[in-house]
Design a protein around this ligand. Structure first.
Ligand SMILES: NC(=O)c1ccc[n+]([C@@H]2O[C@H](COP(=O)([O-])OP(=O)(O)OC[C@H]3O[C@@H](n4cnc5c(N)ncnc54)[C@H](O)[C@@H]3O)[C@@H](O)[C@H]2O)c1
Length: 399
């Protein structure tokens, strides 16, 4: 069979540990034998980031900006233990954070739903996609520990030196305080990303806030989304899609009542918490995909939502066969190829990517799966090793 040729390049970012072992297999055994693809490769492993003082991450992000599609393997975000383990020059920031800051995009996390795999929340039979506004709020806050009696205030001073000051609390005993912020440009980017993604995925969009309490802070999110929606309203109506703002407490109740099938725009902390809740409700991290999309919807970086699966890597290093789930990483590739295919109007590429996803879903439904998923199905369910699973997928793609 002749290979599918692809005109424009794709940025391929390799990573660490077991995720890297899987990555190489996907690339060399499933993708490259069938597609003539110009990959621009960046090694984002922790060693390579250390050797380049992390410049490689910035270069990769800039390259994604140019070619518009990137696919990324999971990488180690070093903590103190990793700094020692790899003798690193410093504790580098998360590569995902660096790339996100350069692309200014929004992360959308989506479960891959497989009928055979039981879900913890049984009636979620369509995906719930969480869009997290990964900027500001408590993640960029300043905290204070109050030890004595006294006043805590918040003050804004403009460039001319004019001040607006508000009393937060008049302490008569010890306590704690906190201040945080957001910027409208980032909220506009978030809103544009979400409306574009809802159209691409043909899903209704909900924004949640607590604007009854935060009448300036959270209200700013609601107002900006309302304003941006005006630009999208006609296209939403043409596609029978809706946009609604709801209170976070109401939205959480709806999440439990509904069967899925919507895109949920969350503020930073809500998105942090809800994406893990939704991942668990749908079953497994090994079935959770993640895409970072630019506000205009044109640039896409895809990855699996899980990490480098360190415990499996330790087994692999000791020559023990693992049973590591490659589905989310394969979907990272298929989603990146689909985006390349759409940008280049390459129908053959889109067909290949769609077929790859169908093969994965069918294989799991036929009962061939890795241990993480088998455990969810029950004690009777058999599981295969990583290599055996790859052989099955490889064989089906070849035929
Ligand atoms: N996007 C990313 O690059 C990313 C995300 C999270 C964590 N990390 C990094 O990954 C490393 C390990 O972190 P962690 O252990 O918290 O997260 P992890 O996702 O690697 O593992 C969490 C748990 O889920 C299981 N698991 C995850 N993916 C699996 C798969 N595909 N198949 C079978 N089981 C799977 C693991 O065995 C483990 O029990 C850390 O160094 C962290 O910095 C990277």
């Amino acid at each position: 069979m002749s290979k599918i040729s692809v005109k424009n390049p794709l940025v391929n970012m390799n990573g660490d540990e077991m995720a890297r072992v899987i990555w190489d297999k996907i690339q060399n055994e499933i993708i490259l034998p069938h597609i003539d693809l110009n990959l621009i490769n960046y090694d984002l492993s922790i060693k390579s980031r250390d050797e380049t003082n992390d410049k490689i991450t910035t270069e990769a992000a800039r390259q994604i900006n140019k070619v518009k599609v990137g696919v990324k393997c999971a990488t180690i975000t070093p903590d103190e233990k990793r700094v020692k383990e790899y003798k690193l020059k410093k504790k580098y920031p998360s590569p995902n954070g660096t790339i996100r800051n350069i692309l200014k995009g929004t992360i959308f996390r989506e479960p891959i739903i497989i009928n055979k795999i039981p879900k913890i929340v049984n009636h979620w039979n369509q995906p719930v996609i969480i869009a997290r506004h990964a900027f500001g709020d408590i993640y960029r806050s300043k905290e204070i520990s109050v030890k004595k009696k006294g006043k805590l205030t918040i003050c804004f001073e403009d460039e001319e030196g004019n001040k607006e000051e508000k009393l937060i609390h008049d302490f008569d005993s010890s306590g704690v305080g906190l201040a945080y912020f957001n910027v409208n440009d980032s909220i506009y980017d978030f809103a544009n990303s979400c409306f574009n993604y809802a159209l691409i995925r043909n899903l209704p969009l909900f924004l949640s806030t607590k604007n009854t309490i935060l009448q300036k802070y959270d209200e700013a999110f609601k107002e900006i989304f309302d304003e941006v929606y005006k630009k999208f309203q006609i296209r939403f109506e043409e596609n029978n899609l809706t946009y609604q703002h709801r209170l976070i407490d109401d939205m959480v109740a709806c999440l439990m009542k509904w069967s899925g099938g919507f895109l949920w725009a969350c503020k930073n902390y809500d998105g942090d918490v809800m994406s893990d809740l939704v991942a668990q409700g749908f079953g497994s991290l090994g079935l959770m995909s993640s895409v970072l999309q630019s506000p205009d919807g044109k640039i896409l970086k895809t990855e699996a939502a899980h990490g480098t699966v360190t415990s499996h890597y330790r087994q692999h290093q000791n020559g023990i066969q693992t049973s590591t789930n490659p589905i989310a990483s394969i979907f990272a590739w298929s989603k990146a190829l689909k985006h390349r295919g759409e940008l280049d109007s390459n129908l053959d590429l889109n067909k290949f990517a769609q077929n790859l996803e169908t093969i994965c879903i069918n294989t799991l439904n036929e009962g061939y799966m890795t241990k993480d998923l088998a455990l969810m199905c029950g004690p009777e369910q058999k599981w295969v090793t990583t290599n055996e699973f790859f052989e099955i997928i490889k064989h089906k793609v070849e035929n």
